[in-house]
Design a protein around this ligand. Structure first.
Ligand SMILES: [Zn+2]
Length: 857
């Protein structure tokens, strides 16, 4: 009877199930007064309530910053004064707690969550590819996992299984170029101990399918977990896109998990040996070592039996969720084609299994129940786990409560597949995570906590600035380890040596600095402030010098476009600041909207309107800029080329130094990079910049950490750079790359691509406004009237950077003030180089990040 329940081919999702369920009141929902949502100010009662939460180190953070504008929400019972919502009609406030509890619709819950996570104290990391989190993190150091033996084993086994899934993908691709799923986005495996058996889930079904297929190929029909775990990923695959310390940490951790698994398989780990407590997960893994894994769909009608029957104890289950499988499109343009496979965060699949199997926690569960993965749960999943524990009766459910980042995809997936938890209680859990606590992040395995660390939830923790948070949201490392002695007997080390003490000075840069979670002020400015008005006047008319520049006028028009567009100010109102007639300004802005920028400076001016496209020696225009300072545009361009060459050691080093500087560090003069070692693409770009823009060599040299006087750089450009440039221009000709379809258009944007590296990275994303997929964005755009979604994002520009908004992209400012763009459709990051959109390579951004909603755990 213990055959695979579902073959990897014949498990279509069932239409009409597994998707949205009708909203229905949950049995067992308590009639207690639910929390009401409140947008608005923090009332004195709220402050008192927060200050009263004893021992909560996050209170300081909660009260810091602009608490006045933060929509903190409190339980009705905790009593906050009434406050009004700015954005929507006031909800029907219940006058008395005895009244029937108003139920929030999932849409409302999503909207409220959006308010919470788009505002302080939340900030976004890596243009949200790393999700959102707090400014500070609890960094959690290796610790004794006493009392959490089962959770530790589930987590370590999940890490091994994940590695095997990746290994199976490698094998599938090696056998057939198109083989295997493109599971680059598979991030996580989580496991559940329930009724003495283990159930594992990944983000994508295909990860399970490919692993089992590869296992069958090697071991025959019915591979066991032990057999599947022998399929391993290559070290190259494991460490792709990782920084050195991250790679080491990952490999060390995997090796340790493998030794522990070996001790389990040998029957030597799990019973409470060598000072370690009993480990029900290890015992479950040992129970039926040679039994094949069972692949089962969440909607399988036998699932309840599989998860509860006595025969099922000791078995290992791999979950699928048919609703995520690709489906053939039955109508429309793509008729006959397959849709893309969908994903959910792994722990959501496990919770869905409990839900679809209709597990009654009181009757159906005997013994411990725990859900753990290689990653800590993201905020959305942690709230879902909490919901199951506290609202759905799974009282003994253990999970990692030290949650990681917030990912919108996670909450959207819950709203799609688990509407039954999207209510005011779920919202309240998110609110608590946002307002009452901060995000957690793991230290590396070899890092000891510094002095002054506090003990928090069983282990040493230090509050660190967000930029040091790990790019991998792993669970906290265990302080123990497993070794084998000369007789191949398992020996437990309860406290393995930690060779590195974490200090702020030596800390590795992690996810980078956070940015405001939302770049758009929530309230429209219907009037210009005095400064804004003056800014328009100065930009258009040339300020004190009285000589307008083309750049200034372009900026002024960009502003007028925004004030008139999203801000809904009339030209009658704006034009006087330009000292123009409203009609005239209207014409200018219309032309700008249609054609992008052009030269605005009247020809009678003696000023050179713009950078000439290609200056030749002897060109008189050259005198204007010879040895000119390296400006923002030049810095952006150079940085873009460097970042597009991620992986090159010189570039990596430069990025590291740049990050340190961006982190506020003053670099000693000894921290230098040899310009002659820069990749040819860089030197070629510099040669071109020297020739066409005459940027000062010492300026560039300082920017490249190549020394103050620039002598070495000058040589490198003259020797290598110029040669490379000549060669390049011969082979490709000037102006090879243009992608005007994505640019706003600038008079000066027709210069040849700075390098083939960045040129080849140019993607041609769809033109025009792309629809945002994020539910909250759609909500917001709905709220903001008829403005297309992208226009909403076009309000606060870092003007001094001169980075214009580009339709379909979200403008962000990264470390060091570097502006970049995130494609709203794909989430890929771009920089704008000479009017073109240059895509940053995957590794530059953050490989651990959420790509298609699968990020986090
Ligand atoms: Zn998650």
């Amino acid at each position: 009877m213990w055959q695979r329940q579902v073959g990897s081919g014949g498990h279509g999702g069932r239409e009409g199930r597994g998707g949205r369920e009708g909203r229905r009141p949950l049995p067992g929902r308590s009639p207690s007064p639910p929390p009401r949502r409140r947008s608005g100010e923090l009332s004195p009662a709220d402050v008192a309530a927060l200050q009263g939460s004893a021992g909560n180190a996050a209170v300081g953070l909660t009260l810091g910053g602009n608490s006045a504008s933060r929509p903190v929400q409190r339980m009705e019972a905790e009593g906050s004064g009434s406050s009004s919502s700015q954005q929507q009609a006031a909800p029907q406030q219940t006058a008395s707690p005895q009244a029937a509890p108003p139920q929030m619709e999932p849409d409302e819950v999503l909207a409220e969550i959006g308010e919470l996570v788009d505002n302080p104290p939340m900030v976004s990391y890596g243009a949200r590819r790393q999700g959102r989190a707090h400014d500070d993190f609890w960094m959690r150091f290796p610790r004794d996992k006493v009392g959490e033996e089962a959770e530790q084993t589930i987590s370590e086994t999940s890490a091994l299984l994940f590695d095997s899934m990746k290994g199976a993908q490698e094998r599938a691709r090696a056998g057939d170029e198109d083989g295997g799923a493109d599971d680059a986005n598979n991030r996580e495996v989580q496991g559940m101990l329930i009724n003495d058996r283990l159930v594992f889930a990944s983000n994508f079904n295909s990860s399970v399918d490919t692993l089992v297929e590869q296992g069958e190929e090697e071991f025959g029909e019915t591979p066991s977990l032990t057999q599947l775990l022998t399929i391993e990923q290559s070290n190259t695959g494991r460490t792709k896109g990782l920084r050195h310390h991250e790679a080491k940490n990952l490999l060390d951790g995997l090796a340790s998990a493998r030794r522990k698994n070996r001790a389990i398989v040998k029957g030597q780990r799990g019973d409470g040996e060598q000072g370690r407590g009993p480990d029900p997960a290890a015992i479950a893994l040992r129970a039926k070592l040679n039994s094949p894994v069972v692949v089962v769909d969440i909607e399988d009608e036998n699932l309840h039996t599989l998860l509860t029957s006595e025969e099922g104890a000791g078995r290992v289950f791999l979950l699928r969720f048919g609703a995520l499988d690709p489906k053939e499109m039955t109508k429309g343009k793509g008729k006959g084609k397959q849709t893309q496979e969908k994903a959910v965060h792994a722990e959501q699949k496990l919770l869905l299994a409990l839900h679809h199997a209709k597990i009654n926690p009181r009757k159906d569960i005997k013994g411990p129940i725990a859900i753990m993965g290689k990653f800590r749960p993201c905020m959305g999943c942690a709230a879902a786990l909490k919901y199951y524990r506290e609202r759905l009766g799974f009282e003994g459910l253990k999970f990692d409560e030290n949650y990681g980042h917030y990912f919108q995809g996670s909450v959207d997936q819950l709203a799609t597949h688990q509407q039954h938890i999207m209510d005011e209680h779920y919202l309240e859990y998110i609110r608590q995570m946002v307002a009452d606590d901060i995000t957690s992040t793991p230290a590396a395995r070899n890092e000891a906590a510094p002095e002054g660390a506090v003990t928090r939830r069983g282990g040493p923790s230090v509050r660190v600035p967000g930029r040091y948070a790990s790019r991998q949201a792993d669970v906290t490392p265990a302080a123990s380890d497993a070794e084998f002695d000369s007789d191949d007997e398992y020996v437990r080390t309860s406290q393995r040596p930690l060779d590195d003490m974490w200090t702020l000075e030596t800390a590795n840069t992690g996810i980078g600095k956070g940015a405001a979670a939302h770049t758009v002020p929530r309230r429209r400015h219907e009037y210009l402030t005095e400064e804004q008005g003056q800014q328009l006047t100065d930009l258009w008319n040339g300020g004190e010098s009285g000589i307008p520049t083309s750049k200034g006028r372009q900026q002024a028009l960009e502003l007028a476009d925004k004030y008139n567009g999203p801000h809904k100010m009339t030209f009658d109102y704006i034009a006087p600041y330009f000292r123009l007639a409203p009609n005239r300004l209207n014409e200018y802005v219309s032309r700008y909207r249609k054609e992008g920028h052009w030269d605005h400076v009247p020809s009678r001016s003696n000023k050179v309107p713009n950078q000439p496209k290609n200056r030749k020696k002897g060109d008189p225009a050259k005198q204007f800029t010879k040895g000119g300072a390296l400006d923002d545009e030049g810095r952006q361009l150079i940085e873009a080329v460097i970042r597009s060459l991620g992986g090159d050691p010189w570039c990596e080093e430069w990025i590291r130094l740049r990050d340190r500087e961006a982190g506020g560090e003053e670099l000693p003069e000894t921290e230098q990079l040899s310009p002659t070692k820069a990749p040819e693409e860089i030197l070629r770009t510099l040669a071109q910049l020297r020739r066409d823009r005459q940027y000062s060599v010492p300026d560039i040299s300082r920017f490249l950490y190549g020394g103050k006087n620039g002598d070495k750089l000058r040589k490198a450009i003259a020797n290598k750079g110029m040669k490379a440039l000549e060669k390049h221009e011969k082979s490709s000709g000037p102006g090879v790359v243009k992608s005007e379809d994505v640019e706003m258009g600038e008079a000066s944007s027709s210069v040849a691509g700075p390098s083939s590296a960045s040129a080849s990275a140019v993607a041609g994303p769809s033109t025009g406004p792309s629809r945002k997929r994020r539910a909250s964005s759609e909500r917001e755009s709905g709220r903001e009237g008829t403005a297309p979604p992208f226009e909403r994002e076009r309000i606060t520009l870092p003007l001094r950077l001169g980075a214009p908004q580009v339709p379909g992209y979200e403008l962000r400012v990264g470390a060091g003030g570097q502006p970049y763009y995130v494609d709203e459709e794909t989430g890929f990051s771009y920089v704008r180089v000479e009017g073109r959109m240059v895509r940053l390579r995957e590794e530059d951004v953050d490989s651990d990040a959420e790509m298609s909603g699968a990020g986090g755990a």
